[in-house]
Design a protein around this ligand. Structure first.
Ligand code: UT7
Length: 338
């Protein structure tokens, strides 16, 4: 028989201790994107609720935006970067296959000790990261975890593609997760549907782009493409059930809920989910998409940060987070607002 292996013991509970955000400087109105896709301001507003979006300038890299959002989250959590044991970065637009951008972020923040890695779960990546962080803290794998959702989707946008050019945008959000005496993060409800793998995807395989000396590739940047309508229908109905399951698993009723922070994919999806879940009138709903666009992994922390900034979400409030996207993949959990 082998030796007994000791196991780690963590905190009784985990909670979000601080949130931070970085929004790119450049505000891009619908009028700037419509010509290349034969669209109109009216169509975009009516179909998606987007009036303007934020697009990153050259200097606003994935790393830069992440560091800025993280510094704010750390300050609000009252922590120094050296107290972070683990950094989880959710992104699909860090354009190096390896190494992970998380290690560069850790270094720039001033810690070269933290475990640091990226995860790829598209728009649901931040909620996956919060689930991992909560479990790491409770299991004793880490005491403080920095979870970052960041995208620079403009790098992989085809500005002539009608299905995506008007919807996607750039930004970063960060959350510090740490120990708590009381439960601050409920059980995650997550899953995937790989049968729908092709609905949102990188159009070109990297091998098609680069090719080989004998068969040179296309040379074009791989782009993000989406069959919007099936995703729209799936998100509007299936995701409301996932939201309800997250409430049930947290032992929360709709009456207990203060804030609803769904992935900012489309204003009509947000409204359809709120209707399908029968959210009572007192529940405040994140509607960051109108002037931020869809920032994939960054959208939930950006939306929550804004609600906190504007006093719509107050410290101690009970919030339902739910995110969904390419894979298809999804994740939802109830959290206490820091
Ligand atoms: O973040 C990850 C998860 N993503 C999502 O959840 C996004 C989900 N999908 C959506 O948000 C919506 O599907 C879109 C906003 C992308 C599109 O809205 P839709 O209501 O699903 O439009 P549609 O694709 O069904 O197209 C409706 C009509 C079509 O014309 P006809 O056939 O009715 O004459 C399209 O050709 O609108 C036309 N159309 C456009 N018109 C102007 C499609 N794209 C455009 C466009 N501008 N950009």
């Amino acid at each position: 028989m082998g030796a007994t292996i000791a196991t780690a013991t963590g905190a009784p509970h985990a909670a979000i201790l601080g949130i931070g955000a970085y929004r790119p400087r450049r505000v891009v109105p619908n009028s700037a994107v419509v010509d290349a896709i034969d669209s109109s301001d009216e169509w975009i507003q009516q179909r998606s609720g987007i009036k303007t979006r934020r697009w990153a300038d050259q200097d606003e890299s994935v790393q830069m935006m992440s560091v800025e959002a993280s510094r704010i989250a750390l300050e609000r959590a009252g922590l120094d970067a050296r107290q972070i044991d683990c950094i989880v970065v959710a992104t699909v637009s860090h354009l190096l296959q390896t190494p992970a951008v998380a290690t560069a972020i850790a270094h720039e923040l001033g810690t070269d000790q933290a475990a640091a890695f990226d995860i790829s779960a598209a728009c649901s990546g931040f909620c996956h990261g919060i689930a991992l962080a909560s479990d790491f803290v409770r299991a004793g794998s880490a005491r403080h975890v920095l979870v970052i959702g960041v995208e620079r989707l403009t790098d992989i946008l085809d500005l002539t593609d009608r299905g995506t050019a008007f919807i996607f945008a750039d930004g970063a959000g960060a959350a510090v997760v740490g120990p708590s005496d009381t439960p601050g993060i409920g059980p995650v409800v997550w899953g995937s549907d790989g049968e729908q793998f092709d609905l949102i995807r990188q159009r070109e395989d990297w091998r098609d782009v680069v090719g080989s000396p004998e068969a040179p590739g296309s040379g074009v940047m791989p782009h993000l493409v989406m069959q919007g309508n099936p995703v729209f229908r799936w998100a509007s109905f299936a995701m409301a059930k996932i939201g309800q399951q997250a409430l049930d698993r947290a032992g929360i009723t709709l009456d207990d809920l203060d804030v609803f922070v769904p992935h900012q994919a489309n204003m009509r999806i947000i409204d359809a989910m709120a209707r399908a879940m029968k959210l009572p009138a007192h529940v405040r709903i994140a509607r960051d998409i109108a002037d931020q666009g869809n920032t994939s992994a960054a959208s939930v922390p950006l939306a929550l940060d804004r609600m906190i900034e504007e006093g719509e979400a107050r410290s101690g409030d009970t919030a339902l987070l739910i995110a969904f996207g390419a894979g298809l993949s999804y994740a939802a959990q109830v959290v206490r607002v820091p």
